[in-house]
Design a protein around this ligand. Sequence first.
Ligand code: AMP
Ligand code: MG
Length: 413
Amino acid sequence: MTFQPHRTNEPLISVEEAQSRVLGAVTLLDVETIDLADSLGRVLREDVTASHDIPSADNSAMDGYAVRAEDVANAPVTLRVIGDIPAGRVATETLEAGTAMRIMTGAHVPDGADAVVQVELTDGGANEVHIREGVSRGANIRKRGEDMRAGSIVLRSGTRVGPGEIGVLAGAQRRSVVVSRKPTIAIISTGDELVEAGEQLGAGQIVNSNSWSLAALAQQHGAIPQRHGIVRDDRDATIAALQRALAADFVITSGGVSVGAYDFVKDALDALGAETMFWRIAMKPGKPVVLSRVGERLVFGLPGNPVSSMVSFLLFVAPALRKAMGMTTDLLPPIANVRLLAPLRSKGDRRAYLRVRVSADESGELVAQPMTAQGSGVSTSMAGANGLAIVDAGVTSIETGRLVKTLLIGFNE
Ligand code: AMP
Ligand code: MG
């Protein structure tokens, strides 16, 4: 056995270039119609229009008295109370000059009234009401259609459905919605040293933890993970495993993409006639990351180190999933300027993504606490991490108190 030869003299490409090649290679998944109750986290694939005006009529924003603004302009004033309008009941009478109607929040404002005086400005009287302060025309009235206008688009195709969107869908009388089908992702773990979690560990063996962390990431990003288990470091076994995995919408492998004597993923992809779009990225962790297309399918060859595989999933696989499901904005994780609570160190040879815990301090500023160990193999550095601080190539340290560009993990899901 020899080390795998460097197969191309293509220089390492930048993270941004790799991301744009990924996004350029993704095709849109088809759609399905699902129940509103199942739509949380899904991506809309239709423009949703309002079924009716919301509110359906001018209504009161306060508990108080519906009045004519001109009648209370010279407050204090006393008005005769001619009716009571709870929410859900529509007044039949018109409000005449010199009168008021008791009105509850949400109730339609009666014809003739053009303002609501909140109860706090009155004596709360039942037959007649003493109003201490006047209000101007339109005060405390929510206008018809100010939330949604019948026929207007209230949610665009490509929107991820969160609790707020579910409220809008329900308000627009939608009990079913057209969304993207959930992509399936086959996850293959390569390595002779691997055993499944829970099994007896022999000398030199390690647990196949990547299969679990990558499946969790897939699930968190709206996909259906399929854990295909362990494939031995053998060319034919890797080819066979990839062939089975290609039934899924996406394939992820972990390990076996470096230049070691037993790294067979690239060979196996070549044997399957794959078109390789990149295989080395100028970043750390995660220099060896492969993007290949086999027929219609994209295969991501992620590195074996636990941190590297997760970071490269977040940078390259997650945007692909978002785009495939129809999202058009927020495809890449957001980057915020965050103040460092401890220094960051890097070799400076490649751009580094260092694990941090981002929180807001007492003044409201975002601050980052770096994880203590930053090795690519230190899986515990991903536990609790919700940010990746970016240290650019050529920079070897960033001191406490400095602002650092930090990629926010899990922000778009
Ligand atoms: P490789 O890229 O195959 O050379 O693997 C790099 C490192 O990642 C080695 O230390 C492996 O033992 C480790 N590794 C590979 N696959 C996994 C996995 N599925 N779970 C945890 N660690 C892994
Ligand atoms: Mg390996």
